[in-house]
Ligand binder design. Structure first.
Ligand SMILES: Nc1ncnc2c1ncn2[C@@H]1O[C@H](COP(=O)(O)OP(=O)(O)O)[C@@H](O)[C@H]1O
Ligand SMILES: [Mg+2]
Length: 479
């Protein structure tokens, strides 16, 4: 223990651009250790490039009791010409070893034992209490949503299925998502949840609170508290269980005739997604995209394709076929309806509860920049996202297996069956069938598949065959 980090000590606990003074020595040491540590964390979004510098932007001492430090830290991660702010919670205990995994520890050559504290249930409990108590600490605002009455004193445990953010579950009642990579303005996830709550959407987990503040003159969302659905089943788990049942069955019955059939759920999911699109349109409006916007959309897709094809040789043979589909977007008759959409919809972002399907995580596609994510978009993007996910669910059991024609054909049959059921459900509620807008739907599916190629190439090369098989089908058969 050094006196440098005594809780509540002056110096560390204020927001400012440049740390100065003896208390900030700890923050400086942590920032110096982060280039090594950040890439080891699942949620860190910058694994594609080397970190060239990490600078502290703001550090706030949060009240967390005696002999304990809980520091809210915002750092800027520099990777060449890219600079992005990230949020961290730093913990330190005077004389106890915290109950967190070794990977949370941030080794400081000359400093005290500090760790990333989102896994420390004793410390994260304070975050909920600060929200419940509507507290402001040095420019960090912890607030319940209007009308939300929160129970305090619950311990918070992070969920293990962490993706790009860190989510902490409190007593099976609430879930607090801490956004890791920070974006200027109120986070889209919170904006859309609030808008959907306003129109009483039946397909979201209600937003209950937030953590917000300022960063470089802009407002910023650090966290969002929601109702935790403890009775929920994950869409991805349900779908892949159905695929497994189907592939394991020795008979040649079609997917709809077997136990474990998912198509009833796929149909209901289609209805729920159409409902959410209608709710978003009601809450935030729609507009008509003109020919210029379609041309710009087509160019953006071609540009991404060219970028990805330049670094992934496996994509190159398909590039011309994909590019034809993208260019056809510019020829689609206008106007086309545009509106706020989910932006990153797939089976891992939906939960089946007793009341029906819920959609989670309205932040948008991780790779899209903020301006792109914030623009009004076509609901067909979400339909395309879900259709891609059915392909993924069907194919994922084949990854790493020896080629087996019968299995591959059955996986494809499962995907066809469930993709169709999803579109049927969507059409029933929306009053129009997304498959009737084939040119746009196919382009959006291919755009998503190109994104997947880039992702798999960087993270899971074994999986590349999944988007590539779909690209082959979409460019030769058309759907
Ligand atoms: N309200 C909720 N109730 C139950 N589980 C949830 C809830 N919100 C999120 N989850 C679980 O947490 C996971 C991650 O949440 P998500 O909002 O998608 O965050 P991320 O931005 O990290 O992807 C989800 O896939 C789901 O399993
Ligand atoms: Mg998610």
């Amino acid at each position: 223990m050094t006196s440098d980090i005594t809780p509540g000590s002056p110096g560390v606990g204020s927001h400012r651009a440049e740390p100065a003074g003896p208390q900030d020595d700890l923050v400086t040491q942590i920032a110096a250790a982060l280039p090594e540590w950040l890439p080891t964390q699942r949620w860190f979004g910058g694994k594609d490039r080397e970190i060239t510098a990490v600078r502290p932007l703001a550090a706030t001492d949060l009240p967390a009791g005696d002999d304990v430090l809980l520091l809210h830290l915002v750092v800027e991660v520099e990777q060449g010409d890219r600079r992005e702010p990230y949020q961290l919670l730093i913990g330190h205990r005077d004389d106890q070893v915290p109950d967190v995994p070794a990977s949370a520890s941030i080794p400081l050559p000359d400093g005290p034992a500090v760790y990333e504290a989102s896994g420390d249930a004793d410390l994260t409990c304070h975050l909920l209490d600060l929200i419940a108590g509507s507290t402001t600490v040095d420019g960090l605002h912890f607030a319940p949503e209007p009308g939300a009455e929160l129970e305090s004193g619950l311990r918070g445990h992070p969920i293990s299925t962490e993706q790009s953010n860190t989510s902490i579950v409190y007593g099976g009642q609430y879930i607090l998502k801490l956004f890791r990579r920070l974006t200027p303005g109120t986070n889209k996830d919170l904006v859309l949840h609030r808008a959907l709550r306003e129109v009483q959407s039946a397909h979201i987990a209600d937003p209950l609170g937030s953590i917000s503040g300022e960063l470089a003159g802009d407002s910023v969302t650090f966290g969002m508290l929601q109702r935790f659905m403890s009775d929920a089943a994950d869409g991805w788990v349900m779908a892949t269980t159905s695929v497994r049942d189907f592939l394991a069955d020795a008979s040649d019955l079609p997917p709809g005739d077997l136990g474990g059939d998912f198509s009833g759920e796929a149909y209901r999911l289609g209805r729920a997604v159409a409902d959410v699109h209608a709710d978003l349109a009601r809450a935030l409006g729609t507009r008509e995209a003109d020919a210029a916007e379609l041309a710009a959309t087509a160019s953006a897709m071609v540009e991404r394709l060219e970028r990805v094809a330049a670094s992934v040789p496996e994509l190159a043979p398909h590039a011309d076929g994909i590019s034809d589909v993208f260019r056809a977007v510019a020829e689609v008759p206008t106007p086309v309806t545009a509106q706020s959409v989910h932006g990153d919809l797939h089976l891992g972002q939906v939960l089946r509860t007793l009341q029906g399907w819920l959609l989670l995580d309205f932040e948008g596609e991780p790779a899209a920049d903020v301006a792109e994510r914030a623009t009004l978009r076509s609901p067909l993007r979400d339909v395309a996202g879900m259709l891609r996910s059915f392909d993924y669910a069907a194919q994922q059991l084949l990854v790493g297996q020896a080629e087996d024609e019968r299995e591959a054909e059955r996986a494809a049959a499962w995907a066809r069956h469930n993709r169709a059921a999803f579109c049927d459900g969507y059409a029933k509620v929306a009053g129009h069938d997304p498959r009737d807008q084939a040119a746009l739907l196919r382009a959006f599916e291919l755009d998503k598949a190109v994104y997947e190629v880039a992702y798999e190439h960087a993270n899971r090369p074994d999986w590349l065959l999944v988007p590539l098989a779909s690209i082959d089908r979409l460019t030769t058969e058309g759907s």
